[in-house]
Design a protein around this ligand. Structure first.
Ligand SMILES: Cc1cc2nc3c(=O)[nH]c(=O)nc-3n(C[C@H](O)[C@H](O)[C@H](O)COP(=O)(O)OP(=O)(O)OC[C@H]3O[C@@H](n4cnc5c(N)ncnc54)[C@H](O)[C@@H]3O)c2cc1C
Length: 458
């Protein structure tokens, strides 16, 4: 006998799109956050249009049942994790690119469009959607909007919020609302579209997004620097910022990651260095040449054993591919929890040093990748499968990394979101008055508390 909320949903949505069998819902009940708890949903509904989402939210309001939005489930904070008895709305089938408008340099998309698919579609018009999370082959624009996703090129081009012009969403009353605008400028009213970006499905379920586009950038030059210490690599990041150079990417990969990727994909990557920095410069002509030279100089002055502009595009592509593959490669070694702290650029060397000390103090492996140019570090805590003592030590290390980031003037999450894993961190980071403002906003947009409850806010 199905739950009353499921029966209410079945009055509007065909049974083949309302999954209730345990084996059908299990794989759709959680994201990629290794430690985050998840429950069993009463149903997973595959939405195909905005009215499906309206029907689900209204049924959930009527039966006071939590409703959890789901894109591709690549999240790393437990944001899309099911709550016992909830309804998960899977939006991946709403994957139409509704409009690409070269004159206005915008695109209108449904939430289930995969990031790379949007980038490919607009490239055919000579246009570019910059936010490029390393999950871009899988993650959806709806998920990217809900987490305010960042990525490799955000150091120069900004994050998802900088590209969201307008949204259609279903609020906590089951109403369809349109927020934002299509025009190049506009200041009518509060920035409610901006508010919803990064709200992790707790303020509304996004059913359409209008994104800003840019012309395709010039081909980039890659500069690689190999360092014998993690903190030297951090010093190079600070030096680049101090020199006023803004590369179009500045990524860090440490030896744990290089080794894990190489063992998996056999790419012939050197694992001799403790850390590799990869910078990309996409300024055309002489200016780009000068920027690349300054990056090489910053790398060398910070102690790089080897630093050069890549003349071998294949090698440069392999290193960038290694950066993108680091997370799945490490996952093969055991459960991985990915941290996401972000610190001011001046403190990147100090923060990297503290992470190394934390790993040694608690006797756990912490691998590092980073959108280093943003100060956004992803220490990845790896524990052997089934080793509960190591997991406990890793939990302590996780909390210490958060405390260190806050102490250095940073934030507990640069791009992955609060979800379940960073709720205590958020409460530690913001003042009680600011937390009260968060709760007030939540109550205003979701008065019955059905939208992804227990995420972001405690
Ligand atoms: C290998 C790998 C690399 C990654 N690299 C990056 C990176 O470089 N930068 C980065 O920012 N993140 C990165 N991530 C994290 C993740 O990919 C992003 O958070 C991404 O934006 C999640 O998109 P998704 O479609 O998978 O969303 P999901 O995981 O399904 O959901 C994420 C959150 O958004 C909510 N949500 C989803 N769709 C909607 C919607 N339509 N309306 C309202 N709420 C919704 C969910 O409830 C949940 O809270 C990476 C993850 C992996 C596995």
């Amino acid at each position: 006998m199905s739950a009353p909320v499921v029966r209410a949903i079945l009055e509007h949505i065909p049974v083949e799109r309302v999954l209730t069998a345990p084996e059908s819902v299990e794989g759709l009940s959680r994201d990629q956050a290794a430690w985050a708890p998840y429950g069993r949903p009463a149903a997973v509904v595959r939405a195909t249009c905005t009215q499906d989402v309206v029907a689900v939210v209204r049924a959930c309001v009527e039966h006071r049942t939590p409703v959890v939005a789901r894109g591709a489930g690549t999240g790393l904070s437990g944001g899309a994790n099911a709550i016992d008895g909830c309804v998960v709305v899977a939006l991946d089938a709403m994957d139409e690119i509704v409009e690409v408008n070269p004159l206005e340099q915008l695109a209108v998309v449904q939430p289930g469009v995969v990031n790379d698919d949007l980038r490919t579609a607009v490239a055919a018009h000579g246009l570019w959607y910059p936010p490029d999370p390393a999950s871009s082959p899988w993650s959806t624009i709806g998920g990217n909007v809900a987490t305010n996703a960042g990525g490799l090129c955000c150091v120069k081009y900004g994050v998802t919020r900088d590209y969201v012009l307008a949204l259609e969403m279903v609020n906590g009353l089951g109403e369809v609302v349109r927020l934002g605008r299509r025009t190049a400028k506009g200041v009518a009213g509060y920035d409610l579209a901006g508010l919803v970006v990064g709200s992790e499905g707790t303020l509304g379920i996004v059913t359409e997004v209008t994104v800003r586009l840019r012309p395709l950038p010039a081909p980039a030059t890659t500069i690689a620097g190999f360092f014998s210490s993690l903190t030297d690599a951090g010093t190079a990041v600070r030096a680049i910022a101090a020199a006023g150079v803004t590369p179009s990417a500045l990524e860090l990969i440490d030896r744990h990651c290089l080794r894990a990727v190489d063992e998996w994909k056999n790419m012939g990557l050197s694992a001799d260095a403790e850390a590799v920095l990869l910078a990309r410069v996409d300024e055309p002509g002489e200016a780009g040449h000068a920027q690349a030279e300054r990056v090489v100089a910053c790398f060398r002055e910070a102690g790089a054993g080897w630093a050069e502009r890549s003349t071998d595009e294949q090698e440069a592509d392999a290193l960038l591919a290694a950066r993108r593959l680091a997370y799945p490669a490490l996952e093969r070694l055991g459960p991985v929890v990915t941290e996401d702290v972000c610190v001011p650029k001046e403190h990147v060397p100090e923060m990297l040093g503290r992470i190394e000390k934390t790993a040694a103090r608690h006797d756990i492996v912490i691998a590092n990748i980073a959108h280093a140019g943003d100060g956004n570090l992803h220490p990845m805590l790896i524990t052997p499968p089934g080793d509960d003592a190591a997991k406990d030590r890793a939990q302590t290390a996780f909390d210490e990394i958060i405390a260190d980031a806050i102490a250095l003037g940073g934030t507990v999450t640069g791009e992955h979101g609060v979800g379940l894993l960073k709720r205590r961190g958020l409460a530690a980071e913001v003042a009680p008055e600011v937390m009260a403002m968060h709760h007030a906003v939540k109550r205003a947009l979701d008065p019955h508390g059905v939208l992804n409850p227990g995420k972001v806010l405690t």
